[in-house]
Design a protein around this ligand. Structure first.
Ligand code: FES
Ligand code: MG
Length: 585
């Protein structure tokens, strides 16, 4: 019974232009089926020219950082309805960074693939992407890039700052720091455990400039977030207002046919890299941005991070590189105030979901606390970008985040202490007889995309207890894995090719001299080409590489690419668009 509704015939063919009309319009049996099963109290007008907007939701009790996204989704839906669209919540694969083993990164591509396919398979015209915890925004953006439907991201936002005995606690960063204090004997285990309940103060993701914070902000710099929304704390009511506006915008995007491929260009990635440097963002953004660019067919390389980011100043004083937390950044003027300071370094041609350039949205931004966001004249560092190293240990590159490293170790020569697996490392690192001192270089291999598998965040290896007790707080560490965005130290990451893919890292032996020169962008083992060529990986090294025989891990190891191209699966690069070739019934 629909007495007061517009008398549109559900079979009319006026709305062929909407993708969803391929399901819903017409009098054929299949259109009847598509409509009938979706009715359930919905009037027939819902299928007549109203954009069908998926709300791809990574809310999950097992992704605690995203557990509040149901509430955010409700605001998005209100906005979609207000604009005349039909909101359709689509639960998608979610990844809780702290919970998922062997590493959430192993599942990023699976989440991206599943989301891409479900968006394509369903009668939707556009999508609002709800993410937060580390891998969720990257996987959603990879999916959106490949299906190329109008899309806008709502970052779920960071949590409020918890305090312990009067001191603010940085998620992740303070776990690393306090646990090292326990091992050094300067903090009791009881006190360490007492801080546990204070660490997570509210809903939201980690409050440091880790991967979740970084990817939310970087998504806004790319142009796929309503300007000014990224970094809004999860409990702040302005997040819901922004979510509502994102719902309104999603309907507009469909009406304008503003798909990711129409505005995401190399210029957008230029802006993302400038932003990444200015905020002192996570090294993980490198692999995520490379993977997203790969989906869009944009020619982004690891060297672009060096070329574009190297001269960008660090303006944000947040842990792990600095002192404050995300709540402070928002209070101090937010991400837009940071972007405004580096406006001249941004590409003015890069458009956003609003249809206007990113730079045009920065006019009103101001810095309200110059201790948290520094002005361009007084940066925390003049050269903040991620450095790309090359040499005979990393022919296709390795990266280091100088902002999170110790200045005295950026040029360093030391003897390698080599570990074949993280288990080998854990078994031996605190052995009082291990031959290691503060000048040694800790090398861990078998932690790349294929080797682990999944390229876990283990590169910031804990230091030997005997050195911690002597006051040593940093050493050069080298690994083919990743590092948590919340971690710090002089850590060379993403060594490419990884040991398990034939990289020379597999050939290093304990006692070899290794030289790191970040200024010269070099990473070498001091061996002649002949000596290196004569070596083969030893048994223990080979035994440390994963050899899965079935399931996702098998598919992953067979197809995963290296860090220099974003660790995507080779057959997922590129876009298939939103076309579906066949009917379902
Ligand atoms: Fe989810 Fe840090 S664990 S953002
Ligand atoms: Mg992480």
């Amino acid at each position: 019974m629909e007495p007061d509704l517009p008398s549109r015939d559900p079979r009319d063919r006026d709305h062929r232009e909407l993708r969803s009309s391929e399901w819903y319009t017409g009098d054929v049996r299949n259109a009847y089926i598509h409509r009938a099963w979706m009715r359930r109290g919905v009037p027939s007008s819902a299928f007549q020219g109203r954009p069908q907007i998926a709300v791809a939701n990574t809310a999950s009790d097992l992704t605690p950082c995203n557990a509040h996204l149901g509430e955010v989704a409700q605001s998005v839906k209100n906005g979609i309805l207000e604009a005349g669209g039909i909101p359709l919540e689509l639960p998608v694969v979610s990844l809780g960074e702290t919970q998922v083993r062997p590493t959430a990164m192993l599942w990023r591509n699976m989440a991206a693939m599943a989301t891409e396919e479900m968006l394509r398979a369903n009668p939707v015209d556009g999508v609002v992407l709800l993410g937060g915890c580390d891998k969720t925004i990257p996987s959603l953006l990879m999916a959106a890039g490949s299906v190329d439907l109008p899309a806008v991201v709502v970052p779920g936002g960071p949590m409020l700052t918890g305090t312990f005995r009067g001191q603010p606690l940085g998620c992740g960063t303070d776990v690393w720091r306090l646990s090292e204090e326990v091992r050094a004997g300067t903090l009791s285990e009881d006190d360490f455990l007492r801080s546990e309940s204070a660490m997570i103060r509210s809903k939201g993701h980690c409050n440091t400039m880790g991967t979740a914070s970084t990817m939310g902000l970087v998504a806004e710099a790319l142009g796929v977030v309503v300007p000014g929304l990224a970094g809004t704390p999860a409990p702040d009511s302005r997040l819901l207002e922004g979510a509502h506006n994102s719902g309104l915008l999603a309907v507009e995007l469909v009406r304008q046919d503003r798909r990711p491929s129409t505005f995401l260009t190399k210029a957008s990635f230029h802006n993302a890299i400038v932003a990444l440097a200015a905020i002192g963002g996570s090294t993980n953004a490198v692999v995520h941005l490379l993977a997203i660019a790969g989906r869009l067919g944009i020619d982004l390389t690891v060297d672009d991070f060096e070329r574009i980011g190297a001269d960008v100043p660090l303006l944000v004083n947040l842990q792990p590189a600095g002192r404050y937390l995300m709540d402070d950044l928002y209070r101090a003027g937010g991400f837009q105030a940071v972007l405004r300071e580096v406006r001249d370094l941004l590409d003015p041609s890069a458009l956003t979901v609003t249809g206007r350039p990113l730079v045009e949205h920065l006019e009103d931004a101001r810095i309200w606390d110059a201790d948290v966001i520094t002005s361009r004249e007084t940066p925390l560092l003049t050269h903040a970008g991620i450095a790309v190293l090359r040499g005979n240990l990393a022919p296709r590159g390795a990266i280091i985040k100088p902002a999170a490293a110790s200045p005295h170790l950026l040029q360093h020569r030391g003897r390698a202490v080599v570990f074949d697996t993280i288990e080998d490392f854990r078994a031996r690192i605190d052995d009082p007889d291990l031959e290691v001192d503060e000048n040694s270089v800790l090398v861990l291999r078998g932690c790349g995309p294929k080797g682990y598998p999944g390229m876990p965040e283990v590169s910031n290896m804990p230091l030997p207890q005997k050195l911690l007790e002597r006051g040593v707080r940093d050493m050069v560490r080298i690994c083919d894995g990743r590092m948590s965005g919340t971690a710090y130290g002089t850590v060379v990451l993403h060594v490419t090719p990884e040991a398990a893919a034939g990289g020379p890292l597999a050939l290093v032996q304990t006692g070899d001299w290794i030289s790191l020169d970040v200024t010269a962008r070099r990473l070498d083992v001091e061996l002649s080409p002949e000596e290196l060529a004569s070596r083969t990986p030893n048994e223990a090294t080979l035994a440390g590489f994963a050899a899965p025989t079935r399931g996702w891990e098998k598919l992953y190891v067979d197809h995963v690419m290296q860090a220099d191209t974003g660790v995507d699966l080779d057959f997922l690069v590129g876009s298939s668009g939103s076309k579906v070739s066949r009917e379902s019934h």
